[in-house]
Design a protein. Structure first.
Lengths: 267, 474
């Protein structure tokens, strides 16, 4: 796996092999890049259901935090938590849909790279599975974000909600709650999408790291080879002593590599 | 001419590694983390030798650096939140084993205060709001224009100090004594001093930290701060903290206290098990051993619902009664005046009528040590084992990748050594070919970078469209 097998498989034609890979990546991903961006269609939350829930729940529910007893506080907190839960499945559905759509573009890129692993020597050696694992973890961290935001909005830790719950008139309270419920859903979705933006950046960074880091490594090693070959040419044109010095330098680098390998193998 | 690179033999590098070993700070929290970091630090040292300095790709080097940092500085965050007058400072003092919180953190101060190990030194780090953060804070304060925030801000003429502190670089003090440390913290967090408005965070490193080294103990300003921006900081902190200690006065639990407690749970609905609810000042109860179990039952009934712990069993497991004041007094018993000694004896009398050793028994009945030694360690250890699992996996990947790269570098050098035995003509030809290959590689790198940049741009455009579409759905 990794460099070793790739380098040994292509012998002296490393740069040519990488060139082939790069042109394959460029054309493969290029297709995705050049395809027109279609505006995603999203099925939003059921607002009729949302409004109905508000009416059912808040019609006779008044709570004033400044005069409430501990039992009233306990009851409203439980009720609010139950109420917030009624949104969970809808929140998760919207979240799944948004996440799937948001990752659609990126997943195509990953799929393309994965596909290339079956026929390209360089790509085959990239630890794409590690990146996929990290991406899964990143996406997992986002799971339940909308649901949690909604839960927080329907808790006593929300001044706006406390103000609405204080309203005397049932009709007025329900009306304000309907607006509030829509606002909560809207803000939760918007803030979730901000997080999706961050996720997207992190995902891309992982892929960039994966590909560029290895290409950069090859480039660095080649540049060093080129410099040493030039030194070798100059040394050979001078005298034996210069050549021996250069050989000693290369041998010393090999020794250093051996020491580092030993350190890693005995870790 | 051979470039002026000092040729070192194996002995030299072994000597350098020995020196590294002697000066290297051991990682004490876990031997596996120490071993991993040691290995990578040694490899890093080898790659600092002239001939290998440029041999590894920067992106990969930063990956190694980040891993070592994670091994060296794991942080386990414990947030502490109290209802009004719950004795939060006294509890912090008891857990830290020193009288520092009462003077260090004034109750009105809305600064996040972190306590951690100073690794042998007392250190105070102050960070300040930048312009953007201050604007956000100011805007959120303006939601409540009649709050005390503006009255006090005006009274202290804080506006005239703003330009000096907003965006100010981090300031570090190294106080020589604990007394000096308290003075520094008091100066920067006192609500009587206008500059406290601009301090975002105070980090106190204690020379003698009596909790595990990786613990970051955080005193949060609370969820009912008059400025929403600051209470949001606490909210985010609760959400991210590994554990939350929530304290409330055991004797009386009023509606306001209960609301504060519910607000904490509202911010960790996904993992309420990380909240440890502490009934404080048990020593103020007439008969703590009889009354606390009754009170605890009542607390369980408030917190067992799905809005909090989710079951009576978990509530029972996570609710504790402590007497931090009694513990602190016991620690200083010999320095107390007669009156305070008598008070402590009276408090202890509420627990047991026939005590023999006041200090020892007050410490035992306070339950502080049990909480600290068992539970505290348990939650830290649980976190540690998860972290170690993660480190193991990441180390294996890094080790593999690093080996591959070093073997590649080695084989390239070995090929060059073989070339040194070839004719000048062959070598000149190879050098030319290599020059061409390097050029090709540079083009490849550029092409690849451009492709990835395009992906980034397209993805960003696509997300903008998605956001637009999402706006339409509610």
């Amino acid at each position: 796996m990794g460099f070793r097998s790739f380098i040994s498989s292509v012998a002296s034609g490393v740069s040519r092999a990488v060139s082939t890979t790069v042109s394959k990546v460029a054309s493969g991903i290029g297709k995705i890049v050049s395809s027109p961006t279609t505006i995603p269609v999203i099925k939003g939350p059921n607002l009729f259901e949302l409004a109905k829930k508000v009416v059912d729940f808040f019609r006779s529910k008044k709570y004033d935090s400044s005069t409430a007893s501990t039992d009233e506080t306990k009851n409203i907190n439980r009720d609010l938590s139950q109420y917030a839960k009624t949104f969970h499945s809808e929140a998760n559905r919207v979240e799944d849909e948004l996440l799937e759509k948001a990752n659609d573009y990126f997943d195509k890129v990953i799929f393309q790279l994965e596909d290339m692993q079956s026929y390209d020597d360089f790509m085959k050696e990239l630890p794409l599975h590690n990146i996929k694992k990290e991406i899964r973890e990143l996406r997992k961290e986002l799971r339940g974000d909308i649901k949690n935001r909604i839960s927080r909005a329907y808790s006593l830790d929300n001044q706006e909600l406390l103000t609405i719950l204080k309203v005397d008139s049932d009709t007025e309270r329900v009306k304000e709650m309907e607006q509030y419920a829509k606002r909560v859903m809207k803000i939760a979705i918007e803030e979730f999408l901000e997080k999706v933006d961050e996720l997207s950046d992190k995902q891309l960074e992982l892929v960039q790291d994966l590909i560029l880091s290895q290409v950069n490594q090859i480039s660095l090693t080649m540049t060093s080879e080129q410099a040493l070959l030039e030194e070798l040419t100059v040394a050979m044109q001078q005298d034996e002593e210069e050549l021996e010095k250069l050989k000693a330098k290369i041998s010393s680098t090999i020794d250093l590599c051996d020491t580092a390998i030993e350190e890693l193998k005995t870790a | 001419m051979v470039q002026n690179i000092q040729v070192k033999d194996k002995e030299d590098i072994n000597k350098a590694l020995k020196q590294l070993e002697e000066s290297r700070k051991q990682i004490l929290w876990n031997p596996i983390a120490n071993r991993y970091a040691r290995t990578l630090e040694r490899v890093e040292r080898i790659f600092q030798e002239d001939s290998l300095q440029q041999a590894l790709d920067d992106r990969f080097i930063s990956k190694i650096g980040a891993f070592i940092k994670q091994c060296r500085e794991p942080e386990f965050h414990i947030a502490i939140i109290g209802v009004v007058k719950a004795g939060k400072s006294t509890l912090i003092n008891a857990l830290l084993g020193k009288d520092i919180a009462s003077t260090a953190v004034t109750p009105e101060t809305a600064v996040l205060t972190k306590f951690r190990s100073g690794k042998g030194k007392n250190v105070v780090n102050l960070s300040f709001y930048n312009n953007k953060e201050w604007d956000e804070l100011w805007n959120s304060a303006s939601e409540n224009p009649h709050s005390t925030f503006f009255k006090e801000y005006k009274a202290l003429q804080a506006e005239s100090h703003k330009a000096q502190w907003i965006g100010h670089e981090r300031i570090t003090f190294q106080p020589a004594s604990e007394e000096e440390l308290k003075q520094v913290v008091k100066e920067w967090t006192s609500s009587k001093d206008p500059k406290h408005y601009f301090v975002k965070e105070v980090e106190i490193g204690l020379a003698d930290f009596q909790l595990p080294e990786q613990v970051m103990f955080v005193d949060t300003p609370g969820l009912n701060d008059v400025v929403r921006y600051r209470s949001d900081v606490t909210r985010n902190y609760i959400d991210r903290a590994n554990a939350v200690i929530l304290c409330a006065l055991s004797k009386t639990l009023n509606t306001g206290d209960l609301q504060t407690m519910y607000n904490v749970f509202a911010n960790c609905r996904e993992n309420p098990e990380k909240v440890y609810t502490i009934g404080t000042q048990l020593d103020l109860l007439n008969e703590p051993k009889v009354e606390w179990p009754q009170l605890k039952r009542q607390w369980i009934s408030y917190l067992e619902g799905e809005d909090c712990y989710g079951s009576a069993k978990m509530a029972s497991k996570n609710i504790f009664g402590l007497s931090a004041h009694m513990y602190n007094q016991a620690l200083q018993y010999n320095q107390l005046g007669k009156r305070d000694q008598r008070k402590l004896e009276n408090a202890l009398f509420n627990y047991t009528e026939d005590f023999i050793d006041v200090v020892e028994e007050a410490i035992t009945y306070s339950e502080i040590l049990t909480f600290k030694e068992n539970l505290f360690m348990e939650i830290v250890q649980n976190h540690e084992s998860l972290l170690i699992e993660e480190l193991k996996m990441r180390f294996n990947d890094l080790q593999q990748e690093l080996l591959e790269r070093i073997i590649y570098i080695k084989s390239s050098q070995t090929d060059l050594l073989v070339s040194a035995g070839e004719d000048l003509e062959v070598i000149t030809e190879k050098a030319k070919r290599k020059e061409q290959e390097v050029k090709e590689m540079k083009v490849n790198q550029e092409t690849l970078q451009n492709v990835l940049l395009k992906v980034q741009r397209n993805n960003s455009d696509y997300l903008k469209e998605l956001k637009k579409a999402a706006k339409q759905i509610v």
